[in-house]
Design a protein around this ligand. Structure first.
Ligand code: LRH
Length: 466
């Protein structure tokens, strides 16, 4: 009898339920349910529909029963930094505001009134990004202080869903680090930092590591979906799960977790909270087994997703890639420019950036996409050089994992522009990483190394030469 494990992987643009089991040593994944996600506007805010997402979570879980494949355990991962607040009756306070909402504008100055950026980086090791939880909390403190006063718990999005499933409120470590309020030394909430910022310490739930068994499903949930199973914490930050699934052959490898964002970096045993690292804007996010994800956020395929919605609705991503590869336009934009974080219209923003810098202005989906793909590859090239400078090591290959590893043209460009061999795959890295944490917890795999070896044997990986 196969033992099944269920990964629920929710990204900014969609969610999936993936059932997994082992067969001849390999990891076999089966997508059993899929649903859309995206920010919507409500009460003048950009928000996530967490109530609908929770309904989708349960609908997908019911499919397991229909298929007669009841999982041993389930675990949820999502994007990072966003959270909900609960009052003392465990009712949600306000909306689940999305990180691209403008409420954090100017909040870096507010935070700087309490402590400088150098100190914040020394204490957290986290790359400055205006959408980080710390700036979102400062926005609440300045603009909606009553909400923060009423709050009894802060739960990150996957922690909130796990709480709805089990009644257990904890903070999973990898995602907690993205709040910028966890110490990379103690791996616990940084109480001094939280107090210095005037934030209520009592709302932060106990930190638990991926692999922790949270409990079983609440009775009402069991009744609704028709079975019981354990909830086991994966690395609930999707990027942390994806990095678990990078089939590292040697320790010093550069990866890109490619999806809505491109997260480019390397795994490190210790956090690097130096000034040099801060100035280069690298982050030290917490990883499985306390391995730091030393990486940089690059705007990523969000730019392509947005342009597709605006001017390429009828095309698939493969077709967009293909059409872009036939263009000769040479214009480049700075993918890390905040102007691309949440523009009213991405196509026009890319065109404007080209016009302002005196370059050819792209017209039509193929050219706009070509500018974006080329700009991303150039950004990858700069980033790998920075990683080499900071770590003093050299890297001859790049592993691209996640949905974006499908973008053949981008893979080719990345190999050519960075001059490194590119290995692309697994595409299902996030789900595979989520499952790996559950399988290790169940004793089906012994370690992260063994999980990576298993993943390497289980999924196709394409090679691109410079
Ligand atoms: C990718 C991701 C990334 C975060 C961003 C908020 O989905 O989790 O690692 O920086 O979303």
């Amino acid at each position: 009898m196969n033992k099944y494990y269920l990964a629920i992987d929710i990204g900014a643009s969609g969610g999936r339920h993936i059932l997994a089991h082992r067969e001849d040593g390999r990891m076999v994944l089966e997508e059993i349910y899929r649903f859309p996600n995206g920010m919507i506007e409500m009460d003048g805010e950009l928000i996530w529909e967490v109530d609908r997402l929770f309904e989708e979570i349960k609908t997908g879980m019911k499919k397991c029963l229909e298929l007669g494949k009841i999982p041993e355990s389930v675990g949820i991962d999502t994007w990072a930094v966003d959270f909900v607040l609960l009052d003392e009756k465990d009712k949600r306070i306000g909306n689940a505001v999305a990180y691209r909402d403008g409420r954090t504008n100017g909040m870096d100055r507010e935070v700087n009134c309490f402590l400088g950026e150098e100190e914040l980086y020394r204490e957290s090791g986290i790359q400055k990004q205006l959408f980080n939880t710390v700036y979102q909390l400062m926005a609440l403190k300045t603009k909606k202080p009553d909400q923060l006063k009423r709050a009894n718990k802060l739960l990150m999005i996957p922690d909130y869903f796990h709480y709805l499933l089990t009644g257990e409120a904890v903070s999973e470590y990898t995602n907690a680090t993205t709040t910028q309020l966890v110490s990379p030394k103690t791996k616990e909430w940084n109480k001094e930092l939280i107090e210095k910022l005037g934030l209520p310490l009592q709302i932060f739930a106990t930190i638990k590591n991926p692999g922790t068994e949270l409990g079983s499903l609440k009775e009402v949930i069991q009744k609704e979906i028709g079975y019981n199973c354990k909830v086991v914490l994966p690395a609930t930050h999707d990027t942390a799960s994806a990095v678990m699934a990078v089939p590292l052959k040697q320790e010093d490898t550069v990866y890109i977790s490619s999806g809505t964002w491109s997260l480019m970096g390397t795994e490190q045993k210790e956090a690097n909270c130096s000034e040099e690292s801060r100035i280069h804007n690298f982050t030290n996010e917490g990883g499985y087994d306390y391995r730091f994800r030393y990486l940089k956020n690059i705007m990523g395929l969000w730019m392509i997703q947005s342009v597709k919605k605006e001017i390429g609705r009828t095309l698939g991503y493969g077709e967009i890639c293909e059409a872009a590869s036939r263009c000769s336009i040479k214009s480049l934009v700075d993918c890390n420019d905040n102007r691309f974080l949440a523009p009213k219209n991405m196509t026009e923003e890319v065109q404007r950036a080209c016009r302002e810098s005196g370059q050819q202005v792209p017209a039509g989906i193929a050219e706009v996409a070509a500018v974006i793909y080329n700009s991303l590859a150039v950004c990858y090239g700069k980033t790998i050089q920075e990683i080499e400078e900071i770590t003093g090591k050299s890297y001859d290959c790049i592993h691209i994992v996640g949905g974006g590893a499908n973008a053949e043209y981008l893979n080719q460009l990345t190999a050519r522009i960075t001059g490194r061999i590119v290995y692309a795959g697994p595409i299902e890295a996030t789900a595979a990483g989520n499952i790996a944490a559950q399988m290790i917890a169940a004793g089906e795999l012994n370690s992260l190394e063994e999980a990576r070896e298993c993943i390497f044997q289980s999924f196709p990986i394409a090679t691109y030469h410079p």
